[in-house]
Design a protein around this ligand. Structure first.
Ligand code: ACM
Ligand code: ZN
Length: 731
């Protein structure tokens, strides 16, 4: 604390997020919300002749600040490590006065001080300081005419959870080094500190392993040679990424994958599988049934060798081993794997995974590391060496982790899988469909429950899977992301939900408030823009609808404070030049109003869409498709409709067709559920001709992430004037 604070305590006010009309206007809008903030009605103004100093261990963080400020200001601020006087000072506090990763940021009229517990704390002090400057501070090019002022504040802050992570799936889609650096930058901006790189999957092996060159010569590439897609990181590339992340307080946690999701390695070295069969690296979403054959000495040696190189490369104390979604049919029919089961006294092939986890956890322990894996690694039998489990289904499963001496990181698919869209607005980009959308508010509202005083829940992590963007898949284009490149899609899915994740991980529950978050988020979009980071712009909120004679009066509310809303009333797609919303609008039908948020000329939302009301059919389940006159052939035909997202697990489903119009009853024949191009379930023809029928299907081969279709035989009896609705209900 500096003396001027003591002399002028009355100037400091308890923090209220400052109300600002202009997007990106200056205030204390820090995300994640700091623990304690006091503000004063004065500001610090950066000048070209100012200097930065630091304690020697904080030189990388001081240099980071100097370099970040140099881009937009064009000033080469002097950096004087160890100097006694300077305008911006980074110092190490004595360790008793601040928790790990904590910092105290004091911005006064004439100087800035960051006192930190450690290098990470200093970096977070710098990030909070940057969030006090105007958004242009993130620009890489010089911005003239900006007043580089930051409000005077006194912040003391530290994270609630030590593990604040993102998982990036670089296996399904190879993201190059520059994209990974940008992702690290964005994580660091919001004080996330673990990047789990999912480097191995069926569709690609992405890390050079010198002892097994075919892993990347063969396993990193899909498709025909002359047109192959994929890529990998050399060990030099990875060293560069690790160093880049380290300055930014981010640990790269390497993730290998086995016993499942490892087809790319089996393609490169078929002897790693149980059958020895030569496969190909898939170009479409595909979860292979092939497993690493654990009955061969050579497979265990492979794991030892890969761990040797991975541990030499990555300083992370935790090494990811995957472990999710194994089906055990290959092991069950493999004489070598069965021999291990017999030797180890294991009754079921699933227990062989528990055995393997123990074996690998001991391998890691011999190298001074622990392992991290998806929750399955602690659910297939006792694991004696403590591990970290990524809980991806049920957050209450952390209880089992705690009880059995393991750590847990929450990454539940229901809240933190960012490959699901934020909403169900038509026009959304291609996305995972095996669960409903995950709105921002749901991500923000995730329960991080310790359940017990002895809780071992170390943190939370977002999961950014790329299986919908796998090389070779043609991406659906929408106007607002007018380029067919997966990198932009990743940003669209990650932001702004990453900011919600960051606040959940950093800020204690008592200080979290969704309205406060939204208010601060409104002023973060300009910062994302300045960083060159894509994001999903939220649609305007439909605040009220009320009948007005035969019409409907609709009141809209902004989803981003200060951002204009534009709209049309004839059902057409708005442009940024459409009418600007200022007062409630009257339309004949709900679907006539399309309105969108405009954050900038290049950044606007999808148009709002008010879906028809199907509540009268609620007993039939979820609306899945509609047919209109002319949609179906008059004679015998097969109608194929997308039901991805309606089939969510193995089990029994009712599929109901309801004819709502037409001069003749639609005759309904056989119904098939199709997964990729294979029939997954089938139901007999309807025995009536009433165009209203419920089929029952039983699904036994559910596969997350895979599109499902219904194919129904129809005969409209020579007319094509029928219309109707299709619903799906899980028993
Ligand atoms: C997972 O989503 N298969 C961990
Ligand atoms: Zn085997």
């Amino acid at each position: 604390m500096t003396s001027s604070f003591l002399r002028r305590p009355g100037l400091w006010l308890a923090l209220l997020p400052l109300a600002c009309g202009r997007l990106g206007a200056q205030g204390v809008d820090i995300v994640p919300r700091p623990l304690h903030v006091e503000t004063a009605a004065d500001s610090f103004r950066l000048r070209s002749d100012m200097a930065i100093t630091c304690d020697a261990p904080l030189a990388p963080q001081a240099r980071y600040l100097q370099e970040t400020l140099a881009g937009p200001t064009g000033w080469d601020l002097e950096l004087r490590p160890g100097a006694r006087r300077a305008d911006i000072r980074l110092t190490l506090a004595d360790s008793a006065s601040l928790p790990a990763e904590g910092y105290r940021l004091t911005v006064e009229r004439r100087r800035v001080s960051i006192e930190a517990a450690d290098a990470a704390g200093a970096f977070y002090g710098v990030q909070s300081l940057l969030q006090l400057f105007p958004p242009e501070v993130y620009d890489r090019v010089r911005r003239r005419g900006v007043s580089w002022a930051a409000p005077c504040v006194r912040i003391s802050d530290a994270p609630n959870r030590p593990w604040r992570g993102m998982m990036l799936d670089v296996a399904r889609y190879f993201f190059d080094k520059e994209f990974v650096k940008k992702y690290i930058d964005m994580m660091a901006m919001y004080k996330l500190n673990r990047l789990q790189l999912h480097m191995i999957d069926d569709s690609g092996w992405r890390l050079e392993i010198k002892k097994y060159p075919r892993l990347t010569q063969v396993g990193a590439w899909a498709g025909p040679d002359e047109n192959r897609l994929g890529g990998y990181y050399t060990q030099d590339d990875m060293r560069e990424l690790i160093a880049y992340a380290r300055v930014r307080g981010v640990e790269i946690v390497p993730e290998l994958e086995f016993p499942a999701h490892i087809l790319s390695a089996i393609v490169a070295y078929p002897e790693l599988g149980c059958t020895g069969e030569q496969h190909k690296v898939p170009v479409q979403h595909f979860i292979s049934r092939d497993l690493l054959c654990v009955g061969k000495e050579s497979s265990l040696r492979f794991l030892e060798d890969v761990l040797d190189e991975v541990c030499a490369l990555f300083p992370s104390p935790v090494i990811g081993i995957g472990g999710d979604e194994a089906v055990y049919t290959r092991w069950e029919s493999c004489p070598r794997c069965r021999a291990v089961m017999e030797r180890e006294g294991l009754a079921k092939a699933s227990e062989l995974q528990g055995w393997l986890t123990n074996v690998v956890a001991r391998m890691a322990a011999r190298r001074g590391r622990t392992v991290l894996g998806w929750e399955e690694i602690i659910q297939r039998g006792p694991v004696e060496t403590p591990v970290t489990a990524l809980i991806w289904h049920n957050v209450a499963d952390t209880i089992q982790a705690t009880r059995t001496g393991h750590k847990a990181v929450l990454t539940p698919c229901t809240h933190l899988y960012f490959d699901f869209p934020e909403g169900a607005t038509p026009g959304e980009v291609k996305h995972a469909t095996w669960m409903p959308p995950i709105p921002l508010e749901k991500t923000y509202g995730i329960e991080v429950n310790d359940y017990a005083p002895t809780s071992t829940v170390v943190g939370v992590q977002g999961s950014m899977w790329a299986d919908q963007f796998i090389h070779g898949t043609t991406l659906q284009e929408i106007a607002l992301i007018d380029e067919n490149r997966s990198e932009r899609y990743m940003e669209y899915f990650t932001f702004p939900r990453l900011l919600a994740l960051a606040e959940v991980a950093w800020t204690p529950k008592a200080l979290r408030s969704y309205p406060s978050f939204l208010s601060r988020l409104s002023r973060q979009y300009a910062r994302l823009d300045a960083k060159g980071c894509g994001y999903r712009v939220p649609e305007p909120v439909i605040a009220a609808t009320e009948p007005a004679g035969d019409s409907l009066r609709v009141t809209l509310a902004p989803a981003v404070a200060g951002a204009p809303i534009v709209y049309t009333t004839d059902g057409s797609y708005p442009t940024i030049h459409s009418a600007r919303y200022t007062a409630p609008v009257t339309v004949a039908r709900a679907a006539d109003l399309r309105a969108m948020t405009v954050v900038s000329p290049r950044h606007y939302s999808l148009p709002t869409y008010m879906p028809p009301d199907y509540s009268a059919y609620a007993a039939y389940g979820t609306f899945t498709a509609a047919w209109k006159p002319l949609d179906l052939q008059p004679g015998p035909a097969t109608w194929r409709l997308d039901c991805s997202g309606k089939v969510t697990a193995n089990g029994t489903y009712d599929v109901t067709f309801v004819q709502t119009r037409g001069s003749k009853a639609l005759r309904l024949g056989r119904l098939r559920l199709v997964k990729r191009d294979a029939v997954s379930a089938e139901a007999a023809p309807a025995d009536n001709t009433g165009g209203h029928h419920t089929y029952t299907l039983t699904v036994t081969d559910f596969e997350a992430g895979t599109p499902y279709y219904l194919e129904v035989e129809t005969d409209a009896g020579g007319t094509n004037d029928s219309a109707g609705l299709v619903f799906v209900r899980k028993h």
